[in-house]
Design a protein around this ligand. Sequence first.
Ligand code: 3PG
Ligand code: MG
Length: 400
Amino acid sequence: MSALRTLDDLLAEGVSGRRVLVRADLNVPLDKQTGAITDDGRIRAVLPTLGALVEAGAKVVVCSHLGRPKGAPDPQFSLGPVAGRLGELLGAPVHFATDTVGDSARSTVAGLADGQVALLENLRFNAGETSKDEAERGAFADQLAAFGDAYVDDAFGAVHRKHASVFDVPARLPHVAGRLVLREVEVLSKLTADPERPYVVVLGGSKVSDKLAVIEALLPTVDRLLIGGGMCFTFLKAQGLEVGTSLLEKDMVETCRNLLERSGGKIMLPVDVVVADAFAPDAAHDTVRVDGIPSHRLGLDVGPETVAGFSAALSQAKTIFWNGPMGVFEMPAFAAGTRGIAEAITKADAFSVVGGGDSAAAVRALRLDETDFNHISTGGGASLEYLEGKTLPGIAALEN
Ligand code: 3PG
Ligand code: MG
């Protein structure tokens, strides 16, 4: 980490009048019906870096992905609305290019005055961005790099992707880590290096398969691992319980059984759950013990006794990492588990880190005070891969 050059190093060189290409992660959730931005946390998170560059008189060229378009323009994934919101937050218009490296991008960048900001259209409208082919990625990276005299990576949420804008551009330009990337790495390295104990991790979300690697990596390190969310049902099944029509990854049951056996009692599972007739906000629902889940119902949240038990474990903690909601928090009937755990985390006298997209969105959607947590990561996959100890291509590229 010490090898990372930072935004301050770049600012010290002077950026007035220079074009600075900033890779941001402006991949914000959008309302499916209206297309409106439902959580602008990732836009806010990059403001310190952008603000500093504007202040210093740079010509700031911002690029990002949004969603997973397939290498060609797709209007539902346009960054246009994000440009509008970014402009509001910066208090100055953002010049939006309607393509990424084409005529619009070229003229938009060429027209920037010192201290102005441009946003390029979605990087993933270009096949080169995510290509596995080095040459194809490299050709796209050449086009992007032509828009900057220096490169700042502030897209923590994307540093685990070996993509052109993350991995190949920094090989072509003087490069530094932005304020957000630096802060994220500082915080997460604290969790891996020498966390103050007890170190308690809470994992939720729907799939065990997504979290398997991080569970494996964390088990030897943590004092307690609390598991809720949709993934808990595969663990409950592994304990021989019936889970009704709850989310279940059949091919992971054996793996979960093995993890439970090896966990030395560190893994805590729910003791009660909220079961419903259907996956719907107004579905009839009840709280039941985990050994009493009816065969025709599905679990959509953890129950109050589970919240109490998990909260007791969290109250002892000195370090907490939380990734993944405990239930379907978007539906008020199934939000109590996530809210209860989040509140227990804020009450604990611990260094608390919230990892990732969904749990960060939950904190804001439930209108909890973000400042009650020590750090809310903007990276879901990225923070998990960091904790797994994997080499993150975007960080490695900055270190070179
Ligand atoms: C995220 O939302 O996790 C990041 O923006 C990365 O997006 P991706 O998973 O589509 O690469
Ligand atoms: Mg993701």
